[in-house]
Design a protein around this ligand. Structure first.
Ligand code: IPM
Ligand code: MG
Length: 355
């Protein structure tokens, strides 16, 4: 089966880390593990520079016909003055909204070799394995009205609207419960029911769905602010966390998926969420591991190539065990290498593993 993969490297370090995905694709194709045809398009500030909008209709069409889409990163200080409707982030938001990618899966794991590179103590993060399930097409990101009004007296009023309907909460909670069943069977549902009506409804819908269809899963309700604190204090208490669009906007490497269509095809967008890191862009020192790990998720979830995905994940862990690091995770007694060297090291490890 030949798969079409659309690559949208975007801005900043996006193109550098995406080049390493292309290296892994070339390896996997050459070895006969995959048949992937890649195409490349523009999103974000670079798309704005090229044609005045953060993503073009033509690119959107290619994204909706591809078997999967991978995104690098968007934005940077260069586009700070761009009108709100054309801002680079708008390209990413349009992809999410128009492709109806309502579920954003953000796994957070700790590679064994990196337990000491974390700002948290080793015993707090070693063996960490969390799945954050973020609602991605609703809530305050998209709710109307969304505006800044001039009040005419030298004052302005800005409004964003947090809005959720029952079906939106139900379908995201169902994704979380289903995933929990494949993992450690625990779901934390995080909202702010103590101050927000959307939190009250969220809590009510998740509770009902749990009773009706997922009573075998252990459900905990947690206030979103406490959840953020617990994630820093004792992250290993969590298995699956389900939360809304705003509260779920935290770092990890995500895949955004939609519902399956009539042909059983599921739309999906894969991206590392380290951002465009404009301060180090173009220096060849960015860490490509999260992007390569996102590609592994693409193989697993969109192309049904779980074994190759497993091997890529093992190769990453292996290279870290060998002591290779990029600058962001540099450690004493380890060797700091650049973006391309890290990509090559991972491909070399894959080669050795499949020899
Ligand atoms: C993320 C990012 C995006 C978001 C930005 C780039 C719009 O921070 O995926 O979390 O806030 O959704
Ligand atoms: Mg974010």
């Amino acid at each position: 089966m030949t798969y079409k993969l659309l690559l949208l490297p975007g801005d900043g370090i996006g193109p550098e880390v995406m080049a390493e995905v292309e290296r892994v694709v070339a390896w996997a194709n050459a070895r006969g593990h995959t048949k992937i045809e890649t195409e490349t398009g523009l999103v974000g500030g670079c798309a704005y520079d090229a044609h005045g909008e953060a993503i073009s209709d033509a690119t959107m069409r290619r994204a909706s016909t591809a078997d999967a889409v991978m995104l690098g990163a968007v934005g940077g200080p260069k586009w700070d003055g761009v009108p709100y409707d054309q801002r680079p982030e708008g390209g990413l938001l349009r992809l999410r909204k128009d492709l109806e990618l309502f579920a954003n899966l953000r796994p957070a794991i700790c590679y064994k070799a990196l337990a000491d590179a974390s700002s948290l103590k080793r015993d707090r993060v070693e063996g960490l394995d969390i799945m954050i399930v973020r609602e991605l097409t609703g809530g305050v990101y998209f709710g109307e009205p969304k505006e800044i009004k001039d009040l005419g007296n030298g004052q302005k009023r800005a409004v964003d609207t947090q809005v959720y309907e029952t079906y939106e909460i139900e379908r995201i909670a169902a994704v979380a419960f289903e995933l929990a069943r494949l993992r450690r069977n625990q779901v934390h549902s995080a909202e702010k029911r103590n101050v927000m009506k959307t939190g009250v409804l969220w809590n009510e819908v998740v509770t009902r769905l749990h009773q009706e269809r997922y009573a075998d899963v252990t459900l905990h309700h947690i206030l979103a602010d406490n959840c953020a604190m617990q994630l820093v204090r004792a992250p290993k208490q969590f298995d699956v966390i389900v939360t809304d669009n705003l509260f779920g906007s935290m770092p990890s490497e995500p895949v955004s998926i939609g519902a399956t269509d009539a042909h059983g095809r599921r739309r999906a967008l894969y991206e590392p969420v380290h951002g465009s890191a404009p301060d180090i862009a173009g220096k060849g020192i960015a860490n490509p591991i999260a992007t390569i790990a996102s590609f592994a998720m693409c193989l697993r979830y969109s192309f049904n190539l779980g074994k190759t995905a497993d091997n890529i994940e093992k190769a990453i862990a292996f290279v870290l065990d060998e002591g290779y690091r990029t600058a962001d995770i540099a450690q004493e007694n380890c060797r700091t290498i650049g973006t391309a060297e890290m990509g090559k090291a991972i491909v070399a490890a894959l080669d050795r593993m499949s020899a």
